[in-house]
Every structure is written in structure tokens, then in C-alpha cells.
Design a protein around this ligand. Structure first.
Ligand SMILES: [Zn+2]
Length: 377
């Protein structure tokens, strides 16, 4: 086990708006971050590699988008047997993840292209798979990325009453079984997100518990247009050709599979035993480490085979992603040795799990421990 938390755990009150979140400060930068940035910049200059607009990324985009269209058309217009519908629904969910992991994720971080409209277009692919890019931008690229693993700031850890995912969240009796039932909720999560949560945020002027203005102008148009297009493709068109039950079943399988796989890939970076869960000082409001070291100690990489690495948008290189979110993920495997070597020189812990199974097992053990006792990690 990597760390121990004091026996008495105090549960911090959550910030209620973006202004109070911005008051949180990290320790001052040291030579570490400057050295890291310089070495990574040198790498791109000496190799001539492009940080963004990588040809491999455009090829990947074509493969994922054409694959998605082919699967959808086959599912709605060509399928004859139930097992074909089931297989294609599972595949459709995976391709929705592929679009999310690659096009949408890089686009939302301005890592896809040097052209802002290309990034915006890619980020909007999230609206087409049923989830609002407007709320994702704030929830992921700001709150999660800047304040990763800080309870109350990083909303990726908020699962309502259903799970206790950090030592600073209150433990409830049913959490003792959370490491078993959470996997089912990971699938249901995407259904709730696409049909309820975005609308709830819009109506309440919040992102979950944080005050946050609802989209206006073009952002509002994109929000509603995205929902309309998604619902048309998920229900409207299929219902012309198939029964309600068949459509609901295929929708459920596709979205459940999308949510389950998406959660498994995102959680392996931070919601594992090896990651730290620091809290800012109650007196100074400061995080102990400088920003870059905080990112590294709260993130864990995972060894993937080349296909999984390709399909999951380099999300197994979460340390590199958190340090350089606006560099296209195609480059992460190449800069990882530079980051790891620099960490070794400066005594910063750089961690990698051996496989997807090892990461998911670590997540299971973390949830089991957090669910069993309210005081220790
Ligand atoms: Zn990200």
C-alpha cells in the first residue's frame, strides 16, 4: 500500500462555485517543471514531429467515423438475426468510445489541431454520441485536469450516494459492497448522463453541485441540436423499421457498453491504489506539491498492447496527458521515456501498472478498502 491516512478523517465541505475553486493554489514551481518542458520541447524540435495535426490522427479519425457509420447502417438496415443485432450493438458502443477517446478528447483539449475550429468540431462529436461537450469542457478539461484527485474539486470522483471513491468522502453502510455493484453502475451511468444529467445541469444552472452558467447563444444551439441528432439516430430512425422493444434493447446494450468501457479506461489512471489523494491545507488553502508533481503523483500509467493504445487514444499514458494535455496523444508513447527519466532525476514517483487487468484489480481493491472502513485508505 502506498499511503496511510490518519485514523480520524475529516470530510471537507465542497466548494459551491467556480470562484471558490479558483482560490485553491499549488506550491510554487521548481526547476522540475521547467526542465520537463524544455526537454519535451527539445524532443519535438530535434525530431521534427508535430505536436498537433498529426497525419496518423486524421487516418484514425477516418477509420473510426467510417467504422461507426458502417456499424450503425448495418444495425438499422441490414441486420436479420438477434445475435447480429447484439454483436453490432456492442460494437457500436465500442466505436462511440473510440470516437470519444480520440476525436472528442483531443479536440476538447485543443490537442487535435492548431486550428481552433477543427478542435471545436472534434469536441462536438461528443454531442453526437449523446453527451454535452459544453459541460464536458468545464468538468473534464478544467475541474478534472487542474484539480485531479482533490476531493470536492475533481468531479470525476462524484458518484452520489452510490460510491465512496476517495478517503475524504463520507462512507455509507452499503459502500461495503461497492466494489461488486459499481461495475453495473458504470454501464448505467452513460444512460443517465445522456438522458438526465445534462438536462438537469441546464435547468439548475449547475454542474452537479457547483454553480455554473447554462450554455447561451451558439453553445445552447449546439447543446439542443446535439440532443436532437442523438435522439433521432438512437430512437427516431430505428423506430421506423423496428419494434420499440428491439430499439430499446439495442440502445441499452450500446450505451451500457459505451459507459462501462469508458469508465474502465478513465478510472485506471486515478482511481487506483497507487494514486495519491491529497487535500489542500485547511489553513493556507494550498496543495502541498507544485502542479506538475501533483499531476504525476495522482496519475498512473498502464501498459496496453499497441491496438488498445491506438483505440483508447493514448489514455494509458495519463501522466503524459495530464502534463501536456494540448499535445496530440499520438506523441505520448514517444515523450513518456523523457518524462520518466526526468521524474527519476528529481525523485518524483512515476508509476505504471502492468496491464488493464492489473489496473482494474487495483481499482477493485481500492473501492473494497474505502467501502469497508471510513478511516483508512
Ligand atoms: Zn483529458
Amino acid at each position: 500500500m502506498t499511503q496511510t491516512v490518519k485514523q480520524t478523517v475529516s470530510y471537507p465541505s465542497y466548494p459551491s462555485n467556480i470562484e471558490s475553486i479558483k482560490k485553491l493554489k499549488f506550491a510554487e514551481n521548481t526547476e522540475f517543471r521547467a526542465t520537463l518542458n524544455r526537454r519535451v520541447d527539445d524532443f519535438f524540435q530535434t525530431t521534427g514531429r508535430q505536436k498537433r495535426d498529426c497525419p496518423q490522427m486524421y487516418l484514425k479519425t477516418a477509420i473510426l467515423v467510417l467504422g461507426f457509420i458502417a456499424i450503425y447502417v448495418s444495425l438499422v438496415f441490414l441486420v436479420q438475426e438477434w445475435w447480429q443485432a447484439l454483436s453490432l450493438s456492442i460494437l457500436l458502443g465500442l466505436f462511440m468510445d473510440g470516437i470519444g477517446f480520440n476525436l472528442q478528447h483531443d479536440g476538447s483539449h485543443n490537442a487535435y489541431s492548431n486550428l481552433s475550429w477543427v478542435n471545436k468540431l472534434m469536441a462536438m462529436s461528443m454531442d453526437l454520441i449523446g453527451l454535452s461537450s459544453y459541460y464536458w469542457k468545464m468538468g473534464h478539461t478544467v475541474l478534472h485536469h487542474k484539480y485531479v484527485n482533490l476531493t470536492g474539486y475533481d468531479q470525476d470522483f462524484e458518484f452520489g450516494i452510490f460510491a465512496r471513491k476517495t478517503p475524504f468522502q463520507k462512507r455509507l453502510p452499503h459502500h461495503r459492497w461497492q466494489h461488486y455493484y459499481i461495475w453495473l453502475l458504470y454501464g448505467v451511468y452513460a444512460i443517465e448522463w445522456s438522458l438526465i444529467r445534462d438536462i438537469n445541469n441546464l435547468l439548475s444552472n449547475k454542474i452537479d453541485y457547483l454553480d455554473y452558467p447554462r450554455p447561451k447563444g451558439m453553445d445552447l444551439v449546439i447543446f439542443w441540436l446535439g440532443k436532437l441528432i442523438f435522439l433521432t439516430f438512437a430512437f427516431g430512425i430505428p423506430l421506423i423499421f423496428h419494434s420499440v422493444w428491439n430499439v430499446l434493447l439495442c440502445y441499452g446494450v450500446a450505451i451500457f457498453n459505451m459507459g462501462f468501457f469508458m469508465n474502465c479506461i478513465f478510472l485506471l489512471a486515478h482511481e487506483v491504489e497507487e494514486a495519491k489523494f491529497p487535500m489542500p491545507s485547511e489553513d493556507t488553502g494550498m496543495v502541498e506539491n507544485e502542479w506538475a508533481i501533483h499531476q504525476i503523483e495522482t496519475s498512473v500509467n498502464c501498459s496496453f498492447n499497441p491496438f488498445l493504445n491506438w483505440f483508447c487514444g493514448g489514455l494509458n499514458f495519463q501522466i503524459e496527458h495530464h502534463l501536456f494535455p494540448n499535445i496530440c496523444h499520438i506523441n505520448y508513447a514517444y515523450i513518456a521515456p523523457i518524462v520518466e527519466k526526468t521524474c527519476q532525476e528529481f525523485g518524483v514517483k512515476y508509476q505504471t501498472n502492468k496491464s488493464l487487468f492489473a489496473s482494474l484489480s487495483s481499482h477493485f481493491r481500492l473501492l473494497r478498502r474505502l467501502g469497508k472502513s471510513s478511516s483508512t485508505l
